[in-house]
Design a protein around this ligand. Structure first.
Ligand code: ZN
Length: 171
């Protein structure tokens, strides 16, 4: 297992639509193990494969730091099949450092996908589990929290990054 580098905005891979996994082979299983380790190492509660430079439809998640009733799981080719209600939640992202924004999400979702054992599975989520599922599935579609906030807020974040970069170049 290995801790991988987490790509940061504006890395182009984060904007890509991720490919469907055709077969759950050893390579996919290794990717899941590495993503799990990378997520825990970064103190994250979820991670999408594109965030570690592999644009495939794989997510890992463990929201137990916020909802102790939940645990770790990985999901391949996840797809939202049911959604209900609306909720605002302050979200952050390992690929968008120093940015937390209130995002509008569905309150409950039902997601189907494939387990690392190659079996079909369904997860019904509400609360943080629902929000994290939507956040990670967004990643698989090349969508970041920056795409879900106002243009003004996005500009403010971009300018902040630009200034930080300039400061870094001067030093
Ligand atoms: Zn994220």
């Amino acid at each position: 297992m290995a801790v991988l580098e987490i790509l940061k905005y504006p890395h182009p891979v984060l904007k890509k639509k991720c490919k469907c996994v055709e077969r759950v082979d050893e390579e996919v299983k290794r990717l899941i193990h590495d993503m799990k380790e990378t997520m825990y190492h970064a103190n994250g509660i979820g991670l999408a494969a594109c965030q570690v430079g592999t644009p495939q439809q794989v997510i890992v998640m463990d929201v137990s730091p916020i909802d102790p009733g939940q645990g770790f799981f990985a999901l391949i080719n996840p797809e939202i099949i049911c959604e209900e209600g609306e909720v605002d939640y302050e979200e952050g992202c390992l690929s968008v450092p120093e940015c937390t924004e209130k995002i509008k999400r569905k309150e409950k979702v039902r997601v189907k996908g494939i387990s690392p054992e190659g079996e079909e599975m369904e997860i019904a989520g509400e609360g943080i589990l629902s929000i994290a599922l939507q956040h990670e599935i967004d990643h698989l579609n090349g969508v970041l929290i920056l795409d879900r906030i106002s243009r003004l807020k996005r500009e403010i974040y971009r300018n902040k990054l630009k200034k930080e970069k300039q400061r870094g170049e001067k030093e």
